[in-house]
Design a protein around this ligand. Structure first.
Ligand SMILES: Nc1ncnc2c1ncn2[C@@H]1O[C@H](COP(=O)(O)OP(=O)(O)OP(=O)(O)O)[C@@H](O)[C@H]1O
Ligand SMILES: [Mg+2]
Length: 338
């Protein structure tokens, strides 16, 4: 009985979160007391209206399988207690504009298609492009005990400073300590629930904000993005040194804008000369996870907020290589519905 109820709870969606109480890690216990079914949920990031609506949905769902009275209780729970994230991976680059956000987005799409639960944290407070790429505009809901990410079209939770601003074109001009505080708060107060992967889109370079994220999150490893241009070796080395300094493993490297792909003809043009992916993989002592072409159709999808619609072998390969690089040792079971 308890198991069937737990399964039903996976259909009870938390208002504003687009995910179920189960996926959000809020289920504490189900038991039977005095002929009643008692369901205890954690209250992390839930406002009173949300609790009421959850209670009603649970009553409706559970009454379909039992004639017993149903008691729904909320107990104190922090976001930290609810969160269960198998892997946290940061995407970095030594330089801006090389496609870090794009690679974060594509990796999330790839892992999502492979059946993993993926969340994305946009930690680039100054120029957040993840919400735009995923077509997300809603403001996150939350209570004093935490914030709920907004879900993408295919159900990926996304959190970004951009979503908390009054207007998305408002620049974030903050001094270091405030950025530091905001990032640490993102680390503590976001209800991600049960995820296989949390991908973090870092700001460019080796600035303070990157250090903060590296310290504030339990990062398993980093993916380094570069383009095949001049000075790439120096930039990649700098990035890798930083990861090493922070004792973070480089899971792999991705060469973006490797060549130009012309959709109409299917032809490739090596704009910056032959790729340097293998060379950079050696520098990083980590595998090359993918070579991503400049693809106008990809840029158009990103502009339309539809990166999740990108259909290309590039995505499949990126995901497969990433999972292989992560290795069996660190891979945990996929989260099952219960
Ligand atoms: N392979 C690609 N094909 C087409 N467009 C691309 C490609 N890679 C990146 N772009 C486009 O180039 C721009 C910069 O990419 P992106 O925002 O991912 O870079 P970034 O490294 O995250 O930049 P920043 O340092 O500002 O955070 C975006 O408009 C993106 O859509
Ligand atoms: Mg970016």
């Amino acid at each position: 009985m308890e198991e069937r109820i737990a399964q039903l709870l996976d259909s009870v969606i938390v208002p504003g979160a687009g995910r179920s109480v189960l996926q959000l890690g809020l289920l504490r216990s189900i038991d039977q007391v005095d002929g009643q079914v008692r369901i205890v949920l954690g209250d992390a990031a839930l406002i009173d209206d949300a609790k009421q609506s959850i209670e009603e949905s649970i009553r409706m769902a559970v009454s379909s399988i039992t004639g017993q009275d149903i008691l729904v209780q909320f107990a104190h729970m922090t976001t930290g207690e609810a969160n269960d994230i198998a892997h946290t991976v940061a995407v970095m680059s030594g330089k801006g504009g090389v496609g870090k956000s794009l690679v974060t987005g594509l990796l999330a799409v790839a892992l999502g298609r492979a059946g993993y639960r993926v969340g994305i944290l946009d930690a680039d407070l100054t120029g957040p492009s993840i919400p735009r790429m995923f077509g997300i505009q809603e403001r996150p809901c939350g209570s004093s005990s935490g914030m709920l990410p907004v879900v993408s079209a295919t159900g990926k939770p996304v959190m970004s400073m951009n979503l908390l601003l009054e207007r998305s074109d408002q620049p974030v001009i903050w001094r270091g300590p405030l950025i530091d505080k905001a990032l640490r708060q993102f680390g503590q107060d976001v209800l991600w629930g049960r995820l296989d992967f949390l991908l973090i889109d870092l700001p460019p370079g080796t600035a303070d904000a990157v250090l903060t994220v590296m310290q504030a999150f339990p990062i398993d490893g980093v993916v380094v993005v570069f383009t095949p241009q001049d000075l790439v070796e120096m930039i990649v080395r700098k990035t890798i040194n930083m990861a090493e300094m922070m004792q973070k493993r480089v899971i792999g490297v991705v060469e973006n804008m490797s060549y130009l792909y012309i959709p109409e003809t299917g032809k490739r043009m090596e704009l910056f000369g032959p790729g340097r992916g293998d060379e950079m993989a050696q520098v990083a002592n980590a595998p090359l996870l993918g070579r991503i072409p400049i693809d106008p159709s990809l840029a158009a999808l990103c502009d339309q907020g539809a990166v999740e619609d990108y259909d290309s072998d590039i995505v499949t390969t990126l995901g497969r290589n990433f999972l292989a690089a992560l290795g069996d040792g660190s891979r945990r079971e996929k989260h099952l519905p219960v």
